[in-house]
Design a protein around this ligand. Structure first.
Ligand code: KG4
Ligand code: ZN
Length: 347
């Protein structure tokens, strides 16, 4: 086959995903099997269940990724041996979940005699911006906000990152999930809270803006979560009826205010003229709207991934893998997964 084609897997948390990208960065498939329904009843991701569900899903997801790519390419079949490299997220994430994608990708790469490429999941969330905006170019600042991470990163170049600040306790997505749980609203909390918040008054309750004036780019979310839970308990004890929409909107506004203020500081500190977002929380409409206003005021170009590419997917992993393929940076078949891996060491 003349065209360069890479297959990538994502299995770091609760989505099993596969995507095929060509040498020009065009996605020919991007399939995701979500396990959310299996975790929802526990109010969060159960690592052991995640590993087992990845094992059940990965063969089918791989086949679907290849079949959808074959259809997009107008060919009858796409096999592992037709590919030029096979990639998988190797870090950071749940070890037992990562290992399924990595073991499958390594096995397929070995069988097809093509290189294996390991991808840092956070770098994937950054590259998700390329899906709709291929001409996005560093230097820029990216805000990575997911269920596991909350950080501002200076992207000096592709593969050259400096973490400017991150959360000292909970991640933003985790705060949405925990507040939703406290309100008895289900899992994952982000989409539920943001829908509810759209009907509420963001000024109804004044929740704390933690570390707003800390003079650095670190975040803290656990105090806000506790403040919301304490407020709910007090209101209930006083016999007051809870206005769920107002609580959701006020909580969300407290998150958004701090995120936007710190992002503005990061842009001013670095002098970057491009700002982008990554991670599941980047799908939040209030956050997206607030960033639009801030970037307009600062005269900075804003790029946001399409909504479906904010949460975990393999398309974003395949785009990182393509850059790695172009520069010949491969992993050995003895490479292992890692629960933690700083983005600053991505290359
Ligand atoms: O990136 P992701 O799929 O997985 C991780 O790498 O963590 O992010 C999942 C997180 C969850 O905490 C979920 O509640 C949050 O993203 N999320 C949202 C929204 N959609 C998903 N948070 C706020 N608003 C949303 N609309
Ligand atoms: Zn993620």
């Amino acid at each position: 086959m003349g065209k360069t084609l890479l297959l990538a897997f994502e299995s770091s948390c609760d989505e099993t995903a596969a995507a095929v990208v060509d040498g020009e960065g065009r996605l020919h498939s991007d399939v995701v099997a979500s396990q959310i329904d299996f975790h929802a009843r526990f109010g969060g991701v159960v690592p052991e269940i995640a590993s087992r569900k990845h094992i059940e899903a990965i063969c089918g997801v791989a086949q679907e990724g290849l079949d959808a790519a074959a259809a997009s390419l107008g060919i009858e079949r796409l096999r592992f041996r037709d590919l030029d490299a096979i990639a998988a997220t190797y870090a950071p994430g749940l070890v037992g979940a990562l290992v399924v994608g990595v073991a499958f990708a390594k096995g397929a790469a070995w069988g097809a005699d093509v290189p294996f490429i390991g991808v840092n999941h956070l770098e994937g969330h950054l590259y998700a911006n390329k899906i709709a905006t291929p001409d996005i170019e560093p230097p820029m600042v990216v805000s990575l906000v997911s269920g596991g991470h909350t950080m501002l990163v200076h992207v000096r170049d592709w593969g050259d990152y400096e973490t400017l600040g991150s959360t000292i306790d909970d991640a933003v997505g985790e705060a949405f999930d925990k507040v939703a749980k406290a309100l008895g609203l289900g899992y994952p909390g982000g989409p539920i809270i943001s829908k509810l918040a759209a009907q509420g008054n963001p000024k109804a309750v004044r929740f704390p803006r933690a570390m707003m004036h800390s003079g650095d780019l670190r975040f803290s979310l656990s105090g806000l979560k506790t403040a919301v839970i304490t407020y709910i308990q007090k209101e209930r004890a006083a016999g007051n009826e809870l206005n769920m929409a107002d609580i959701a909107a006020s909580f969300q506004q407290a998150v958004v205010d701090v995120q936007v203020a710190k992002a503005r500081t990061a842009l001013r500190d670095t002098g970057a003229r491009e700002f982008c977002l990554g991670g599941g929380v980047a799908a939040n409409p209030a956050l997206r709207g607030a960033y639009q206003d801030m970037c307009r005021q600062e005269g900075v170009r804003l790029t946001m991934p399409p909504l479906s590419s904010c949460t975990d997917n393999a398309g974003m992993i395949s785009l990182v893998a393509l850059d790695r393929y172009r520069s010949g940076k491969f992993f050995g078949l003895d490479a292992d997964v890692q629960a933690h891996a700083p983005l600053d060491d991505a290359y």
